[in-house]
Ligand binder design. Sequence first.
Ligand code: SF4
Length: 382
Amino acid sequence: MSVLPNLYDLSLDALAKLLEQWGEKPFRAKQIYRQLYVERVTDVDQMTDLPKALRHRLSTEATIGALTLDRMQTGDKGLTRKAAFMLPSGEIIESVLMIYPERATVCISSQAGCAIRCSFCATGKMGLLRNLTSGEIIEQVLWAQSTLATIAAESDDTQPTALTNIVYMGMGEPFHNYEAWWESVQRLHDPKGANIGARNFTVSTSGLIPGIRRLADCGLPINLAISLHAPDDALRTELMPINKAYPIQDLLEATRDYTIKTGRRVSFEYVLLEGTNDSPEQGEALARVLRDGPMKDRPQFMHVNLIPWNPVPGTPLARSSRKRVNAFQQKLREQNIPCTVRVERGTEIAAACGQLAGADDVGDPTTAETVISLETLRTGTR
Ligand code: SF4
């Protein structure tokens, strides 16, 4: 059985080539591209600027989108929404939309499962099931945009109606699927496409140095977040086996080079696990590594983001108490390392950092406040 091309998988050039093969005029590609990313049309019949024959051909020989909304949960009084999507191949991926007073952020997946297998992460327990295509990544962002539009249409609140931030921090390691990830950024950033500013993107990596080096050369000011999670190699390897390939010193050297080349600040993510990596001594050790290591001359180019760990069943790990979080943060501040504690979102629907597992085996779906129909989300109307 042949698989029909998903229009979200095609760049404007690729779309133009397909239409050329079909004997269509070149400007038709631009029309379709605009319908997909500016008008956010999800049904070919709504592309009324196209001739009927072309619409028919598109509807029979291509698809718009590949994801099927499997379920939707809301938390934080409706301000956090987690969507579970089924891929055509049957795997489940998840995306989380978080609405704040002045911004709206979507956290999206780049892979189904993840090969990196960090010990504190629900996704890591799944192993890698498969890479997402660029279109499957992009469609999660379009879902967030449609969801926001739906919420805004129904609410009198002055909450954001447009998506402001896209973070590649959902399921998977984006740099392990670099080509598709990068294509998704280009299409979402393209002024002729979704036209989202480069500074509104954040990519999070477990520390794949080749990816960091490629990003440094990409020419777009995308924000980079690096998962550190430990002050020394022994513990980091225990928590993140990838550390064997890319140990802390090498990672910090690559980070330094990145900041020199791009002039951009990097965020170090540090998930706090009680009794594992959150002692005051470990806080001091982390401060030393950052202050005296390869980043020593570049303190203004780094920021530590402390993340209280979110529960994942089946691990012996525990969440740090607020007191220990504060004490850890204090140790970094004493050494003038810029440091904040991440605001928590979506814990009760297993939508928080490290909890995405594509199944109901984490979190309690009964706490979800509402379930929204697939049609509502696909079309952005109700
Ligand atoms: S934390 Fe990120 S890189 Fe590590 S296993 Fe989870 S999804 Fe993969």
